[in-house]
Structures are given as structure tokens and as C-alpha cells.
Design a protein around this ligand. Structure first.
Ligand SMILES: [Zn+2]
Length: 455
């Protein structure tokens, strides 16, 4: 087997524009939409029985394809004696071993695709210890994803999203298809753009919806901008954890509705917050279950555990029973006013890796610390806007809190007391005042923990 270098990958990526640029993909999507969009649009409103039946069938196809064509799965599933056509029930599905990010990183390039040239169309996300996960994408998956994107904004903006409406993405990279044959146009600005540039763009192109990171929206908010006056009706935030309380503050500050999108590079859209603030799973984008962090057994409705999911769109690098690593719980489909019949995701609590593990082995999710920080703002007049605090756990018995001093006097005793409502007295707390937070990667993380047993 010849060695595949980073250069080989980059050369392949150079061909990407030929693959993407060679065809008018927006036109292709438009044609597919004429035929399929009603079905895609209505999918969440089917009965949950229908949804589940559809999912199991789709999963059966994907697992068989992966077993027959993708070396990583061939090895993994042969080891448990898998035979083509085995997936008949959810029990069969749950017998498949869980897939971890490290396996995708180690399997790159040969073991995670049918043909190495498939990386001509691919995406990367940051992985553990600075290594990247590279996933090959099929153009069909990109098409379906694009149409599910249209449905996303219909769903989140209470069906008020028309072909002539524009969306502004303030993000790292633009989406592959930025217009569906002149309809549903997307504009793009990188997150390095200044707020002045963003305001100028909004005035020029009049987007109805903005999609960005919570950190960037917080930055816009600090400029005292009234987005409603500029014609924006909805802001969707994603990629970083945010709480409903922090979104309420942003809504008030920016005078616009702010809803969350829970998604990942590997699983695409996982769940979307509807106008009634319920997170409905995107059941035709990925199939989600919750597993116990230690035993990895699937948990019932209402039990907190780790999000594991199967991507139902992309066969190029199949993602099956993938350990997403976030703490959450699933609830049954509910009679939501929006009419969505998909199961609901309750209390997304951030990554298990970012939760604090006490010296007694108790898991305190990042969201508990975020809620507490919100209380500092409300009751202790401590500013929490932007990157003002960060908890870091380096050893089991010590928790560090880094604070950037705002214009207010901070009552450290009150902060200390509030933190000890969450962590046991046996843990040491050290509060450190800084000018810059210590752990700043691409995304702001309110809690960073280096203390975990296993995955
Ligand atoms: Zn709803």
C-alpha cells in the first residue's frame, strides 16, 4: 500500500472545484426539489411509527453498504460475525459496536472510503489531540443536506421562509451550494469580519435569517445593534453550546428571535430548536440514541447519557453508531404546537469531555456551570457577555476558574459560594483573574476538563 501523505490529500482537494464547479449543482437541486421536496418538507410531520420504520430500513441499507465496501466496517463487523441483511430490528442495530472519532482518524484515508479518490469531496473537523477527522462526502448527501437546510429554516422560522428570502451565514466556510437555481440564496461572511462589515452586508442584502456562532452573535450584541430594525427575523446559532437563558438575553439585546441548531460535521443536523423552544430530532438526517457513558448500553427515554448517532445521508464515509460525545437525554415525540412528530432532545448539556468529574466520580455537565454563570450576571451584577469566564479541571480534586475582570467589582466570596453549590467541599477551587482565557481554540468553551476515564 503506498503511503498517502497530507500533500496527496491537498492535491485531491484542489480537484474539488472541478467536481463542485463543473456542474450547476443549484440547478440539479432545484430539479430534485421539484420532485422530492414535498416529501422531505413533510417528513417530520409523519407519525413516529412511520418515521421509525423508515429509519430502520435506511439503516439496514447503510450498514450493509458499509460492511461490503468500507474496510473499517468490514473488519469491525466481521469481528462480531455480521452477515449482510442482519438488521431487521432495533435490537440488531444496537448490537453493532460503537464507532469512535479515533477510528476515523486512524482509518484515514484507505479504510474509511471505498476508493481513496472519494476524498475529492470531503470535509474536516478538529479531532482529539489536534488531529483532524477527514470525511469523504457524496454529492447526493450534499444535495439532500441542502434541501433539509431549506426545511430547517421553514421549521425554525414558523414556515415563513420563501424562495426569494436570503440568509447570511457568518461562519468559517460557505456551504457548497449557495443558491438553488437563484432561489433560497445564501450570503457568506467569515467570522473574522468586523461587526461594521456585517451591518453593511445586512443593509445591502437584507437577509431574513442569520446563521452564526453564539460567540459572534454576542459580539454583535455588544455593539447594541437592533437586528429587527434591519429586517432580520431570526438568528440561528450553532457549533458552541448555549443555554436558553443566554439566548433570551441575546433576543432582548438584538430584538430578534434566537434559536439553537445542534449539529456536527459527522452527523449533520441532529436537532433543531423550534419556535416553541423544543428541540426536535432531525430523524431523516441522523438516527440518535443515548448510551450510558460507562457500559455504552442504550438508555431509555429520560435517562442522561452520551449522544450516539448514525448519519442517514452520506454513504461515502459512512458514520454508524458514532460516539458524538455530548451529554443529553431523549424524550418521546410530544404534541408540540409546531406539529413536529420527531422525538425530542432534552437538556443538551455539552460534551461529556467538558463536564467536570468530581473526586467522587459524579458528572457535572458544562451546562450547570453555564446556568450558574447566568445567575452571577442576574444577581451578582457580574458581566458574562462574551469570553469572560472559563472553568478548567486539570486534576480530579482541583477546579480552576479563570475570570476576566469587567467594569464591576466582583465579589469572589459570592462566586465561590455559588460554585460550592455544584461541586463537593472536598474539591479545591482556585479563582484566577486574567486578561485572556487560557484555553481558546476555534470555539469558546466555558468548561474544559482534562480528567476523564475512558472515552
Ligand atoms: Zn415544536
Amino acid at each position: 500500500m503506498k503511503n498517502f501523505s497530507e500533500n496527496d490529500y491537498l492535491n485531491m482537494k484542489k480537484n474539488e472545484h472541478k467536481i463542485i464547479g463543473g456542474t450547476n449543482h443549484g440547478k440539479v437541486v432545484d430539479e430534485i426539489m421539484q420532485r422530492d421536496f414535498e416529501k422531505i418538507k413533510n417528513f417530520p410531520y409523519n407519525s413516529y411509527d412511520y418515521i421509525q420504520k423508515w429509519q430502520l430500513e435506511r439503516i439496514g441499507e447503510i450498514v450493509d453498504f458499509a460492511y461490503e465496501n468500507i474496510p473499517l466496517y468490514r473488519k469491525k463487523y466481521s469481528a462480531i460475525g455480521y452477515k449482510k441483511g442482519t438488521i431487521k430490528t432495533w435490537e440488531d442495530y444496537r448490537k453493532l459496536p460503537i464507532l469512535y472519532k479515533d477510528e476515523l482518524i486512524e482509518g484515514f484515508p484507505y479504510d474509511i472510503v471505498k476508493n481513496v479518490n472519494d476524498f475529492g469531496l470531503s470535509t474536516r473537523s478538529s479531532g482529539t489531540s489536534g488531529k483532524f477527522v477527514t470525511l469523504s462526502l457524496s454529492i447526493d448527501a450534499i444535495y439532500t443536506d441542502t434541501m433539509q437546510g431549506v426545511r430547517q429554516f421553514l421549521l425554525q422560522n414558523a414556515q415563513n421562509y420563501k424562495p426569494e428570502d436570503k440568509i447570511l451565514f457568518i461562519y468559517t466556510l460557505p456551504w457548497w451550494i449557495t443558491s438553488i437555481n437563484g432561489k433560497y440564496e445564501q450570503d457568506f461572511l467569515p467570522t473574522t469580519a468586523s461587526v461594521e462589515e456585517v451591518v453593511k452586508k445586512i443593509k445591502e442584502t437584507k437577509p431574513k435569517i442569520i446563521s452564526t456562532y453564539p460567540t459572534y452573535l454576542t459580539k454583535i450584541n455588544s455593539y447594541g445593534i437592533n437586528l429587527k430594525e434591519l429586517g432580520v427575523e431570526l438568528v440561528v446559532i450553532h457549533s458552541e453550546q448555549s443555554t436558553r437563558q443566554s439566548r433570551n438575553l441575546l433576543e432582548k439585546g438584538l430584538n430578534v428571535k434566537v434559536l439553537d441548531e445542534y449539529s456536527s460535521e459527522e452527523l449533520t443536523r441532529i436537532a433543531l430548536e423550534c419556535p416553541y423552544n423544543v428541540y426536535h430530532l432531525e430523524e431523516d438526517a441522523c438516527y440518535i440514541e443515548i448510551v450510558d457513558p460507562i457500559t455504552k448500553k442504550t438508555l431509555n427515554y429520560g435517562k442522561q447519557g452520551i449522544v450516539v448517532g448514525t448519519n442517514l445521508l452520506n454513504l461515502s464515509t459512512p458514520i454508524i453508531r458514532y460516539y458524538q460525545g455530548d451529554l443529553a437525554e431523549i424524550g418521546e415525540s410530544i404534541a408540540c404546537k409546531c406539529g413536529n412528530n420527531c422525538r425530542v432532545l432534552k437538556s443538551i448539556k455539552g460534551r461529556y469531555m467538558d463536564s467536570v468529574i468530581t473526586d467522587k466520580g459524579e458528572i457535572i455537565p458544562a451546562s450547570a456551570f453555564m446556568d450558574m454563570a447566568y445567575n452571577w450576571f442576574c444577581f451578582l451584577a457580574i458581566p458574562i457577555h462574551g469570553l469572560r469566564y472559563q472553568f478548567i479541571q486539570r486534576t480530579k480534586d482541583v477546579l480552576e476558574l479563570y475570570l476576566i475582570k469587567g467594569k464591576y467589582e466582583i465579589d469572589l466570596e459570592k462566586i465561590t459560594n455559588s460554585i460550592y453549590l455544584l461541586i463537593p467541599k472536598t474539591m479545591k477551587l482556585s479563582i484566577i483573574m486574567v486578561d485572556n482565557l487560557p484555553e481558546l481554540g476555534l470555539k469558546y468553551k466555558p468548561v474544559v476538563s482534562f480528567v476523564k476515564d475512558g472515552k
